[in-house]
Each structure stands twice: as structure tokens, then as C-alpha cells.
Write a protein that binds this ligand. Structure first.
Ligand code: DQA
Length: 146
């Protein structure tokens, strides 16, 4: 069964209480539960992780090589700053789908730049927690056809 790492970056542990007008009231535990159900439906196994630390996220991306077949990544604010995360993704050569709950392109100018996008297979943003399920769906098709 294909295995997908779902990786969440800084401040996403506060989902549900953090700026609910922007990010909604769904908690990260709720997102995990929704992803488990969707993965079972799609025939995928998932590992769900969150860290507020850039280096930990990089270590988890490195460890994914040989362990997981793909990554769903919401890198939070590191999306807009981290060349190191971009390099880590390029190094492991695993398909990565970039996810954001909010539509980063409709927000402040500094959120329009993503260092993840050039090394991702695609980007899903603006659909709230459903974006994670859309990412799993897109990856499941890709993992059976590639
Ligand atoms: C986010 C968007 C980022 O700009 C922000 O820094 C986050 C969350 C999202 O899911 O919409 O922390 O990645």
C-alpha cells in the first residue's frame, strides 16, 4: 500500500483557535482524522507530523526517502522563506503536494511567493482542511499510475 507523509509546519498545532476567521475552526487533530478516513478510502497509509522547527521538518523530509512514497506538505510560513526546505524536497526526489488552508495568493504580497512550489508536483490552497484530502486524492492517482 502506498505510504504518504503528511507534514505540517509552524503554528499549525494551533489550528482551531488560531485566527479562525482565516484558518477555520477545524483543529489539526480533526485534519488528522479526516486524512485517516480519506486514506482508508483511497487505499493509502499515512503518517501525520507537525513541527514548529525548520530543521526538524528537514529531518522528516530526509527520513521520508525510502520510507514514504510521497509527501503532503503545509510548511506554514516557512513556505515563504525557506530555501532549506526547498533544497530538502529537491534532494529526496519524492512527489510533494503543497497545501495551504487559506488562499495565499489572495493575502499579503509576502505570501504570494512559495519556495515549495518550484519543487512540488502541484499546489492546493484556499479550500481549508479539504485541501489535504484533495492532495491525498491527487497523489493516490499518481502513485498507482507511476
Ligand atoms: C498557511 C499559509 C501561510 O502563509 C501561513 O504562514 C500559515 C498557514 C495556510 O495553511 O494557509 O501558517 O500555510
Amino acid at each position: 500500500m502506498p505510504s504518504v507523509l503528511i507534514l505540517n509546519g509552524p503554528n499549525l498545532n494551533l489550528l482551531g483557535t488560531r485566527q479562525p476567521d482565516v484558518y477555520g475552526k477545524t483543529t489539526l487533530a480533526d485534519v488528522h482524522g479526516m486524512c485517516k478516513d480519506e486514506a482508508a478510502r483511497l487505499g493509502l497509509t499515512i503518517t501525520f507530523e507537525q513541527s514548529n522547527h525548520e530543521g526538524v521538518l528537514i529531518d522528516l523530509i530526509h527520513a521520508a526517502k525510502g520510507t514514504h512514497d510521497a509527501i503532503v506538505l503545509n510548511a506554514g510560513a516557512y513556505t515563504h522563506t525557506s530555501i532549506a526546505l526547498m533544497d530538502a524536497i529537491a534532494s529526496v526526489e519524492l512527489p510533494v503536494v503543497e497545501v495551504h488552508l487559506s488562499n495565499i495568493h489572495a493575502r499579503e504580497e509576502f505570501r504570494h511567493t512559495s519556495y515549495i512550489a518550484p519543487v512540488a508536483v502541484g499546489q492546493i490552497c484556499g479550500f481549508g482542511a479539504k485541501g489535504y484530502l484533495m492532495a491525498l486524492d491527487a497523489l493516490s492517482e499518481r502513485l498507482v499510475t507511476t
